[in-house]
Write a protein that binds this ligand. Structure first.
Ligand code: MG
Length: 167
């Protein structure tokens, strides 16, 4: 069993789509970023890399590399999951927290969980997405940004050993 933690924050600005958890959410602003700015998927991807002790997404997906400009963060999560599978691990469970003053996350939660379950090859019951406001405190509380935390545990896929998943 291995455990990883991830965190990310992106500024909310006008004239951007709001993409969170791989789902487009109707809102007057969106997250500024080199990719689509999906803080939740970035936090989860960092948690996966952390569980594998393979550095962070800044190293693997540098914002100086034009191939990552404006890409869907689903591609980043897919690559992180390739590393997880390549080392013989599977998702045990994932817990996340989105901190957003607005908009309300709850109506989109089950769609986000569906997207994550598909990409991560996990049961929906092993994926948790929680949300809270920052109680109007600080930059998150003013709605200047959205942040996300993720904690993941990975389990070794013992049944796959004979198929060559392990080194
Ligand atoms: Mg980010």
């Amino acid at each position: 069993m291995r455990i990883g933690i991830g965190y990310d924050i992106h500024r909310l600005v006008e004239d951007r789509k709001l993409i969170l958890g791989g789902v487009e959410i109707p809102y007057v602003k969106g997250l500024l970023g080199y990719s689509d700015g999906d803080v939740l998927l970035h936090a989860i991807s960092d948690a996966l890399l952390g569980a594998l002790a393979l550095g962070d997404i800044g190293q693997h997906f540098p914002n100086t590399d034009t191939q990552y400009k404006d890409i869907s963060s689903i591609k980043i999560l897919n690559k992180a999951m390739e590393m997880v599978r390549g080392r013989g691990y599977a998702i045990n469970n994932l817990d996340t927290m989105i901190i957003a003053e607005e908009p309300k996350i709850h109506p989109f939660r089950s769609r986000m969980i569906g997207v994550l379950a598909d990409i991560m090859g996990a049961a929906k019951g092993d994926i948790s997405i929680k949300a809270t406001t920052n109680e109007e405190v600080g930059s998150l509380g003013r709605g200047d940004a959205i942040a996300a935390y993720a904690v993941v545990t990975l389990a070794k896929k013992r049944c796959e050993v004979k198929h060559g998943y392990l080194p």
